[in-house]
Design a protein around this ligand. Structure first.
Ligand code: CA
Length: 224
């Protein structure tokens, strides 16, 4: 298709409902700004992850705002819903509107992954000391969604070699409360420029809407 035809089609599509389309463009811009501000505040440069899945026809649990590279079932080297400062509703099926449109959840299926854990890899601006990571998780167990059962956090200075000593956290299973919650894992001041979060399934689905880190400038010399 030529560029002129493409432009004409885009113009026609926009003109079908200009107010709605302007609002949509504005919402996307606000979303993009929020994502940038949150990533800068936390010194996050980019992340890579399995991109998420579509559970049912109307429940898209993919990382829909990811701005990096798409490679099959993975997204790489970009920023998306996991760090945009927006949290999902307890009911992950609820479609939120406006700048917060969509479910705001990124979800992975245990069945599709054959029981393999989900690896989320983050790169930060320089080496930092990490004190904690917070993961906002869904726990609607009556629909097969539960918080991960364990997490292994791996640290690296160069993104190639991960240190043998990782942080492990076992998460107690909660089959009483279905509300979404923040899971906090202490990281004990470990220095890293790259961090891998390896999360193990408890149930059929694992859903995360936001990940945030507590960190500070690294003050000591590191001999790698
Ligand atoms: Ca989010």
């Amino acid at each position: 298709m030529s560029k002129i035809v493409e432009d004409e089609k885009a113009y026609e599509s926009f003109n079908q409902d200009p107010t709605k389309n302007l609002q949509k463009q504005n919402n996307n811009l606000v979303k993009e700004c929020k994502k940038r501000i949150h990533s800068i505040k936390q010194s996050i440069v980019r992340y890579s992850a399995p991109k998420g899945e579509i559970r049912d026809e109307n429940i898209n649990l993919e990382d829909i705002s990811f701005d990096g590279i798409y490679e099959g079932a993975y997204v790489k080297n970009g920023l998306g819903q996991l760090i945009d400062g927006l949290y999902g509703d307890d009911d992950y099926q609820k479609q939120l509107q406006g700048e917060n449109s969509g479910t705001r959840w990124v979800g992975w299926s245990n069945g599709t992954r054959g029981g393999e854990p989900v690896d989320l890899t983050f790169e930060f601006r320089g080496i930092r000391e990490f004190h904690a990571v917070h993961l906002h998780c869904n726990n609607m167990f009556t629909r097969g969604v539960q918080v991960f059962s364990q997490a292994e956090i791996l640290f690296s200075l160069d993104g190639e070699r991960y240190q043998a000593s990782s942080v492990h956290a076992m998460i107690p299973i909660d089959l009483t409360r279905e509300s979404a919650r923040n899971i906090t894992i202490k990281l004990h001041g470990r220095p890293a420029k790259f961090m891998k979060l390896r999360l193990t399934f408890t149930n059929k689905w694992m859903l995360i809407s936001e990940i945030s880190f507590e960190s500070g400038k690294h003050k000591h010399l590191i001999i790698n």
